[in-house]
Design a protein around this ligand. Structure first.
Ligand SMILES: NC(=O)C1=CN([C@@H]2O[C@H](COP(=O)(O)OP(=O)(O)OC[C@H]3O[C@@H](n4cnc5c(N)ncnc54)[C@H](O)[C@@H]3O)[C@@H](O)[C@H]2O)C=CC1
Ligand SMILES: O=C(O)[C@@H]1CCC=N1
Length: 284
């Protein structure tokens, strides 16, 4: 199935990332979107974008060929109890939940073609960097790749990278935002107004990203060296950066975020297995 063959998509949990998906789908395609949520504001927000808003997750799944799971990981067990098992059958399901493993998803969503993806909030403007696992089904994989392409760049990766991807690219916009805020505050400390500092910092980010992305420098360190004049301003700043251990700290930031993604995956896996076992226990 190509994207053109897709008539309806369900976004279960149209919050921040789900809402960004709803927005892009409706801006770029004629696909009907069923958006679910628990709060009135979530439903109204999705409706104002042009989605069919409902609290009924089962109906949204039944009516759609492709289903996106965009609830928080710890809401997944509750979501599962709201959708009949047979409703998942034959559906293409893309989970955006941090940490939740393919094995967990497969155990919970019997008969569905399951994908685990990690986008980021830049999906809101079609600039996400999204990783997805695993490329097992020809047709469904093509559909998923085209679908995720609506939100930005798509990379097929082995599942073992997804927790790291979550720490780096999923959480990344928050880390970058903090760094930008800190740089702008530094300029304020040195005497420049906040608004002007912030504008300058965003321009610096954009230009530096373009230089690096277009291959003008093979490595960020080469760009750094071109900016750094002996006994000039940059080296003084770099010395402070190094003595504050900023580089090591940023490395640890990504490691910690990736570790947390793995932890979440294990926590949710045990909760889902318990749920499945108690279901089996009930029917036995
Ligand atoms: N916010 C981000 O930048 C990113 C988030 N993610 C993942 O996406 C998921 C959602 O994250 P956010 O959008 O930040 O959270 P959010 O809280 O903004 O959105 C989740 C939505 O799901 C709704 N919800 C909860 N239980 C529900 C249920 N049983 N049925 C229907 N709706 C239900 C909530 O009311 C809320 O509107 C998480 O699993 C997160 O790991 C992935 C990539 C980036
Ligand atoms: O903070 C989180 O857990 C989610 C996953 C990636 C971005 N937000």
């Amino acid at each position: 199935m190509t994207l053109e063959g897709l008539s309806s998509v369900a976004i279960l949990g149209a919050g921040k990332i789900g809402g960004a998906f709803v927005r892009q789908i409706l801006q770029k395609t004629g696909i009907r979107v069923y958006a679910t949520g628990r709060r009135v504001e979530t439903l109204r927000g999705a409706e104002s974008l042009g989605a069919v808003a409902t609290r009924d997750n089962d109906e949204a799944v039944r009516r759609s060929e492709l289903v996106v799971i965009a609830v928080k990981p710890y809401h997944f067990p509750q979501l599962l109890s709201e959708v009949k098992q047979e409703s998942w059958k034959g559906k293409i399901v893309v989970s955006l939940m941090a940490g939740v493993k393919l094995a967990t998803l497969r155990a919970a969503l019997h008969g569905a073609k399951v994908f685990r993806a990690m986008p980021n909030l830049n999906a809101y403007v079609g600039k996400s960097s999204t990783a997805v696992s695993e490329n097992l089904y020809d047709d469904a994989s093509r559909t998923v790749e085209e679908f995720l392409g609506l939100f930005g760049q798509v990379y097929w990766v082995p599942e073992e990278y997804l927790d790291v991807w979550t720490g780096l690219a999923g959480s990344g916009p928050a880390f970058i935002a903090e760094v930008l805020d800190a740089l702008a505050m530094g300029a304020v400390a040195a005497g420049m107004p906040r608004e002007l500092s912030y504008k300058a910092v965003l321009d610096v980010l954009e230009g530096t990203a373009i230089l690096l992305k277009n291959g003008f420098y093979q490595h960020p360190a080469m760009l750094r060296d071109d900016v750094t004049t002996p006994a000039g301003t940059t080296i003084r700043g770099l010395m402070v950066l190094e003595s504050g251990g900023v580089k090591a700290t940023l490395m640890k930031v990504i490691e910690a975020a990736a570790r947390r993604s793995r932890e979440i995956g294990n926590e949710i896996d045990s909760r889902i297995r318990e749920k499945i076992n108690s279901r089996i226990g009930h029917t036995a």
